[in-house]
Design a binder for this molecule. Structure first.
Ligand code: GFB
Length: 323
């Protein structure tokens, strides 16, 4: 159990998950949080990360940063994704051990499971089949991170846990149409079509793939819960427990944004994994449940998006680097 004055490093705090974690930890009364903007600490730089850990000696680390993107970014930037993620993870996990960090929470991704994994995807399915080619490079980096945590636990007796999130969405998501995931992309497309009085919105793929989505506030609540209650080397899934087809999702976003037009499905764009639903029974058995349903979470995300636009600030949160 983390004390309220425990020294906690959140790497990094400017993205959707990191920012929500900071908000959540502060509300829960934690006041000894260490954050570093990417210009202050380059997480890909081995020497800088080593010096940072030895100087600051954090007690807890949330490794909530990743170079990542949606389906097309995963195809277009596969080299960047595998290289940068391996560097960041290797630095943070290894030097967290050197600096005697009490506990580290590493974020995996649901794309670590095989392409044709039985649904819902159980933790035991890791490394039982080939990966979905559209996100293989990213998935391999994430699997390496999990294995690195487990190897440190084995050899050095650390307590480094790996959490597997389903698709997370919410305020501060990436709304860049070329690199974003499906929810921010569709919110933006529907909003712009409505504003521009266009009659149609184009959805990538066939609309038949099924995905599971979890609102970011629920996810960070789960992370804190696991930091306090879960001490096993085995991975643990965190999801909403229900999936929806991309077509159903698009219809829901159409309703949330009050767009009044047609949906066009562009089948020249990839579908990716046919199904992606996590088996959340391990997490449920520990007593954790999500609170925010998809309709509610989409509404909150759309409100945030509109507020950002109306403030005429940068509508898009800064991405980690060039993606
Ligand atoms: O969210 P997404 O990009 O990634 O796409 P994945 C989910 C589904 O939505 C795919 C469809 O079937 C897309 O073809 N889709 C429809 C769209 N319209 C759009 C659109 O305008 N933009 C986007 N992006 N998709 C990710 C991986 O896979 O899952 C990441 O790329 C990560 O590596 C994440 O693992 C959890 O769900 O297919």
């Amino acid at each position: 159990m983390m004390n309220k004055d425990a020294k906690i490093f959140i790497a990094e705090h400017e993205g959707m998950i990191g920012a929500a974690l900071i908000r959540y930890l502060k509300t829960a009364g934690f006041d000894n949080l260490i954050t570093k903007s990417l210009s202050q600490l380059d997480l890909t730089n081995q020497n800088d990360v080593r010096k940072f850990f030895l100087r600051e000696e954090p007690e807890y680390v949330f490794l909530a940063t990743a170079e990542e993107g949606g389906i097309l970014a995963n195809i277009a930037y596969s080299a960047d994704l595998i290289y940068t993620n391996l560097q960041i993870q290797a630095n943070l996990i290894h030097f967290a051990w050197e600096a005697k960090v009490k506990k580290l929470l590493f974020l995996g991704s649901s794309c670590i499971y095989p392409k044709f994994c039985p649904q819902p995807m159980n933790e035991e399915a890791l490394l039982t089949g080939s990966l979905e080619p559209t996100n293989e490079a990213y998935a391999i980096a994430k699997i390496a991170g999990i294995k690195m945590c487990q190897a440190h636990n084995k050899q050095h007796d650390t307590n480094f846990i790996s959490v597997i999130p389903t698709n997370i969405y919410g305020p501060r998501d990436n709304f860049d149409l070329k690199t974003s995931h499906v929810i921010p992309a569709l919110i933006r497309k529907f909003h712009e079509a409505k504003a521009g009085k266009k009659g149609e919105v184009t959805i990538w793929g066939t609309g038949t793939p099924r995905r599971e989505f979890l609102y970011v506030d629920d996810f960070v609540d789960a992370c804190l819960f696991l930091m306090n209650n879960y001490n096993q080397p085995g991975i643990i899934n965190v999801g909403y427990g229900k999936d929806i087809s991309i077509k159903e999702l698009a219809l829901m976003i159409k309703e949330v944004t009050e767009f009044d037009g047609k949906l066009i499905f562009d089948e020249t764009k990839p579908d990716g994994m046919p199904n992606k639903l996590l088996d959340v029974s391990k997490m449920s058995a520990l007593g954790w449940r999500p609170k925010i349903n998809l309709r509610e979470g989409l509404g909150r995300t759309y409100e945030w998006f509109k507020k950002k636009l109306s403030l005429k600030k940068k509508a898009l949160p800064k991405k980690y680097n060039t993606l």
